[in-house]
Design a binder for this molecule. Sequence first.
Ligand SMILES: [Zn+2]
Length: 237
Amino acid sequence: MLGAALREQVCQANRELPTLGLVTLTWGNVSGFDSDQGWVAIKPSGVPYGELRPADIVLLDLEGRVLDGELRPSTDTPAHLVLYRAWGGATEKVGGICHTHSELATAFAQARMELPCFGTTHADHFDGPVPLTRQLRPEEVASGYEAATGQVLVERFAGSPAMSPRRIPAALVPGHGPFTWGADAAAALNHAVALEAVAKIAHAQLALGRAIELEEFLRAKHQQRKHGRDAYYGQIR
Ligand SMILES: [Zn+2]
C-alpha cells in the first residue's frame, strides 16, 4: 500500500475523533502530510470513524490528484491542501491538520469571537488568543468554498511573526468551526483536544462574568517552558 505508515497514522487519528468527544456523526476529519514525498493522506468522505481502515484513507498529491485509494476524499480536502501548500514546508513544518465541529470551539466560532488567552492551560498550547479568520465572501462560498476556507486561514496568519501557525496551531472560521494543525496527524488531533478543553474553560469563565486575560509574563513563561529553546516540561529524551 502506497504511503502505508502515513495512512495508518491518519486512520488512527480519525478513529480517535469520536472517542475523544470531538465529533458528532461524521463532522470532522484529520489529514497528514509527508513533505518528503509530497503525499497528503485524508479521511474518505462520509465513512463512519469506527469502520475506517488504513486502506480507506485516500492518498493524494498537493494538487489533489488521487495517488491511491478507492474512496472519495473528504469534502474538506481543498482546505487541507491549501494549508499544506502554505505551511507544509521547512518554515512551519505543518504535517497534520484536524477539522472538527467540537462544541465549545464551534460556539466561539459561531459567536464570531476569538478565544482569549485566559489562563496557563491555554498558554501551554496556544501562544496567544486563538484567532478568528475573516468571514468568507458570497462569491468565495459560491465557487471554491473549501479552498477559500483554507485561504482565509492562511491569510489570518500572514505577515506577523507573533501570528505564526507554529506558535498558535489553531484558528476559528466564523459561523463554522475550528481548524488545528501540528507536526503530524496525532499532534493536530492533540491540539483539537486542547482547543476544545480551553474553550470549555473560557466559556465557564465568561459565564462568571470575569473576562480577565492572562498576564503577559505568565503567558510567555508557559510557552517557553514547554516549547522554548530551553524547554523543561515533560521528560528528557
Ligand atoms: Zn466543517
